[in-house]
Design a binder for this molecule. Structure first.
Ligand code: API
Length: 276
């Protein structure tokens, strides 16, 4: 079966988009997603995004977005892909995800997304046992220092956020995998390292199931919420990632609004049987 795809990205966090809202595709499994995501033997992407008709679980949604990391793991949310979906869909939409229903609105060269409300309870992250998620009594050493007292936030998917002097001084490719797979995080975790300067955030992310990416929308949301909770910045806040900047707005008790760019790189097609 010949299958069309659209290659898109949000600040360099890239996606292969499969649109099965009006056509039937064979089941997308973890191994198929990982094969398509492979940058040498497949199309290559950080995440594979599958659009389908909304399920009965989300009556108010216009359609469903499923997210597969490049390791094939299916996860609950993807902020940069939400903006790409807004661009692809071309109008406002309520989008069902495993992390809850989000609302996307195309904006000039990008989109605004209501990512829903963050959750902070230890068992909502989830953590393996009870702990204060505003400043966790844990630390991880790395060559040259120790990162400690992170925050944990669930923004549809799980994030741990470390605030450090210089986000670019942390060897994130070394310490990220250890934290991602620590037993404290039964569903693994996305690892955010951020620094604060002039009321803005500088952020780098080791993504669960993918590794270092040029940008992470949910990471920007989680980090902004954690920084606002700690009084380090005010809302709305600009978050500078390696691939570019996002604007995140949030007030205690409300939902997270993320605004930023999204782009289409190219379109193509592939033979399903070559990857299944
Ligand atoms: N790696 C994430 C999914 C992709 C999130 C990221 N690409 C974004 O823009 O939010 C996870 O396992 O929860």
């Amino acid at each position: 079966m010949r299958v069309p795809f659209t290659k898109m990205h949000g600040l360099g966090n890239d996606f292969v988009m499969l649109d099965a809202r009006e056509r039937t595709l064979p089941p997308v499994t973890g191994p198929v997603a990982a094969a398509l995501a492979d940058r040498r033997t497949g199309i290559g992407c950080d995440q594979l995004i599958l659009l389908q008709p909304a399920s009965a679980d989300a009556p108010g949604a216009d359609f469903r977005m499923r997210i597969f990391n490049s390791d094939g793991s299916e996860v609950q949310s993807c902020g940069n892909a939400a903006r790409a979906v807004a661009l692809l869909h071309g109008s406002d939409a309520a989008v069902e995800t495993a992390g809850g229903t989000i609302r996307v609105s195309p904006r000039d060269a990008g989109a605004e997304v209501d990512m829903g409300a963050p959750r902070f309870d230890w068992d909502d992250i989830p953590l393996a046992y009870a702990m204060d998620t505003a400043a966790m009594p844990v630390g991880w050493p790395y060559a040259g220092g120790t990162m400690h007292n992170p925050a944990a936030v669930n923004v549809g998917n799980p994030h741990v956020v470390f605030f450090v002097e210089d986000a670019y001084a942390v060897p994130l490719a070394e310490v990220g995998p250890d934290i991602e797979t620590d037993a404290l995080f039964p569903e693994r975790i996305n690892v955010n390292v951020a620094s604060v300067s002039s009321g803005e955030l500088t952020l780098r992310v080791w993504e669960r199931g993918t590794g270092l990416t040029r940008a992470c929308g949910t990471g920007a949301c989680a980090t902004a919420v954690a920084a606002i909770r700690r009084g380090l910045v005010q809302s709305p806040v600009t978050v500078h990632l390696p691939g570019g900047a996002l604007t995140i707005a949030w007030q205690q008790g409300g939902t997270i609004m993320m605004t930023g760019p999204a782009q289409t790189a190219f379109t193509g097609s592939f033979e399903w049987e070559d990857f299944a």
